[in-house]
Structure formats: C-alpha cells, structure tokens
Ligand binder design. Structure first.
Ligand code: MN
Length: 399
C-alpha cells in the first residue's frame, strides 16, 4: 500500500496584495491551485478548485475519479463566473497528486495537472520536473522557438495556454508517478519556481532534517529572492510506494464525443480513400477553425483602456478581464501619475476607461490631466512638474 508523509505552506509573498493560491494536503491527496482574476476572483477560483477536487477524489479514489474531479472543478468555476459577472475571466492552475486505487484495489500515486504550477521528483539529491507548463513561452520551448533560458525571461512566460475554469472544456494531463520509498515530490506554484533555480530547489527540498523545515526553507528562500508572487509549496515523501500496474501518461480532454463517433458503427468495408470531397472538407474545417481563432484574437485585442498601474496612468490593449487565454497587454505608460488626476477621475481610471484606439486613450489621459491642472492652477499659483514618463513596457501578466 502506497503511503507518504507530507508538509505544506502558502505565503502571500512580498509584492501581492492578496494570496490567490490555495493548497491542501493530507495522507492521500495533495493539491496546489494558483488562481487568477481581479477583484478577489483568483482566490475564489483557487478555493473552488481545491474544495471540488477534494470532494470528488474522496467520492471516487480511482484515476477516473480524480480526472472527473478536475473536470467538475472546471465546471464549478465556469458556473460561478456566470452567476457572478464581476468574476468573469477568473481561472486557476490545478496540480494534484493522489493515491488512486485500481479495480484490483492496488494503490499507486497519480498526478493531474493543468497550468504552470509544477511538480518535481527528488531522488538522491537529483531533481526532475514531472510536469510541462501550459504557458505560451514553454509551449514555444517545446516547439523549438525559444531556448529554456529565453523562456525564463520571456514576457509571455506567465500567459497560460490552459487553465481550470477558463473554458467549458478542460484538457488534463494525467501521469502515473513512478517512485521509490524515500523519494520526495515537490508541488509548487510559479511563485516558487520563478524565484529559485532548479539547483536551489533540489538543495532546499532535499533538506534531510524534516519536511516542515524543508517547506519553510523553500518559502523563506523565495521571499529572500524577491517574493514577487504568492508562494505555495507541498512536499511529499514516500514511505512506501506501489507503482501503477498500468502506468498512465496522457492528456484527457473533457470535450464531448462528436456526433460522428456516437451512434454510427463504422462499416468494415473497403479501405478509405482520400477523395476530393474529403480534402475539401478538411480544408474547410481548418479554414473555419483558423477564422474562429483569428476572430477571438481580434476581439480580445480590439480595444484599449486606461488603468492604474502602481500609481501610473497606463494604457492596456485588450479586454480588462481578458478573453479566454488572451490576457490584456500593458502597452505603455502615459506621462501622468494617478496623483495628477482629479479624485473622481482617479476612481474612473481605477475602474478602467475603455477607448476604441490607442490615440483616443492617449488624448483622453491628456484631457484628464488638463482638467486636474485647471483645478490646481485656479487654487494655487505654483506649477507642478509632471513626473518623468515611465519607459514603454510590453509585459503581459496575470490580472
Ligand atoms: Mn502565481
């Protein structure tokens, strides 16, 4: 029978205003969720994910039960966002390891994964990453477009290609963990893996004293290196492991089967040939698919808005809460700070002001600044120097 010892921690870090991560661990289940979305929505998404996976796994402790629990978490977050429009666009990563039982009652560890939270396996001081990040930059590394070093600093490294609660369907990576007694498994949010290089992760996660100390050491090191994001860590150490009788390594998509495959038994007749009609059908299919992608992309980035970014009035391209996996892009900073706007205008900017074009956004910001200047010069005689403009950035990030 597979058994582990465990420790976990989650920490707000040094920069963020709230902790949108959630963790859970017990003797048979470990979960890390890194939520995203403004107005506390990220927290809600992460918490729904953890609670739903926990409930679903304990209702059915099989691999199928674990995957179904992730699909249920996806549906629960989508539903919550529909009922609470202020949470539109929220989502979460989801990483879980659980001891699953097969039909014969044998138990073995299984991992399920969506997003860019990571699982590593540690054996004899060596660290191996078990999960692949579902982020734009990492997908490009797998396609050979970027080197891992380029990806580590790429502006799109935080842009997820998959998340839980983002769309009606979710694709889940499922993996049997092949471990030996004494192996450790480290689960973490990107707030840990972005701060520490793999050598440091290996050294700290392998700390032989005890699991709690190792977890504390990891969190402290991530804070010491900047603590730019919420930091979540789960550490498992196997006492005893039974490897899966039939190891799994695949991606399961919750998309419903197409009508084609449902009630139409395929005739065992002559071998199929590519006729002109089939080729045309395939071309039409890809043309429509490309059209849908292009249209979504266009919609996602068709508009601009003014917003407050750390006290500066900035211009974003995109929809404030994002569209699917297209997050808004911080296009450029205007020369004006929030302090150079009238209080009422400050409030409006904080709530974001949409504009159809970049020029319209710029001139609107300028207009707001002049409104404030009029008020200032009519009450005092001093003139204020506008603060130096911040350099243009093209960073995308989680809301
Ligand atoms: Mn994070």
């Amino acid at each position: 029978m597979t058994r582990w010892r465990c420790a976990a921690a989650t920490d707000i870090g040094l920069v963020r205003q709230s902790n949108q991560d959630a963790v859970y661990v017990d003797g048979a289940l470990a979960v890390v969720a890194d939520g995203m979305g403004g107005h506390a929505a990220g927290e809600v998404a992460a918490q729904i994910a953890v609670a739903t996976v926990r409930e679903g796994y304990y209702a059915d402790e099989s691999v199928e039960g674990l995957v179904a629990a992730v699909e249920r978490a996806n549906a629960a977050i989508v539903r919550d966002a529909k009922e609470n429009p202020e949470r539109f666009g929220m989502g979460t990563t989801l990483l879980a390891v659980a001891i699953t039982y097969d039909y014969a009652g044998a138990s073995s560890p299984t991992l399920v994964h969506v997003g860019d939270s990571r699982a590593y396996q540690l054996r004899d001081g060596a660290l191996r990453q078990l999960t692949q990040d579902h982020s734009v930059a990492e997908e490009w590394v797998r396609l050979g477009r970027l080197t891992p070093e380029e990806a580590a600093v790429h502006p799109r490294r935080h842009q997820l290609t998959r998340g839980v609660g983002v769309e009606e369907e979710v694709a889940v990576d499922v993996l049997s963990i092949d471990a030996l007694a004494g192996d450790r498994i480290l689960l973490c949010s990107d707030g840990l893996s972005n701060e520490l290089v793999p050598d440091e992760l290996a050294r700290l996660a392998g700390d032989p004293t005890d699991l709690e100390d190792a977890v504390e050491g990891l969190v402290a090191a991530a804070r010491a290196s900047g603590g730019h994001d919420n930091i979540s860590v789960v550490l498992l150490e196997f006492d005893d492991v039974v490897p899966a009788a039939a190891p799994i390594h695949r991606t399961v998509t919750s998309a419903p089967p197409s009508a084609e495959t449902i009630g139409r038994p395929r005739s065992p007749s002559r071998p199929r040939r590519f006729t002109g009609r089939v080729v045309l059908g395939v071309i039409a299919f890809f043309a429509v698919a490309a059209g849908v992608v292009a249209l979504t992309h266009w919609y996602a980035y068709s508009s601009y808005y003014l917003a407050d970014y750390q006290g500066a009035v900035v211009i974003y391209q995109g929809q404030p809460s994002g569209v699917l996996w297209y997050r808004p892009i911080l296009l450029e900073a205007t020369p004006y700070s929030m302090g150079e706007l009238r209080p009422l205008d400050q409030r409006a900017v904080r709530a974001t002001i949409p504009e159809p074009t970049l020029d319209a956004a710029k001139s609107y910001a300028k207009n707001l600044y002049h409104q404030w200047r009029l008020g200032v010069t009519s009450t005092t005689t001093t003139t204020t120097a506008s603060s130096g403009s911040t350099s243009t950035t093209t960073t995308t990030g989680r809301g």
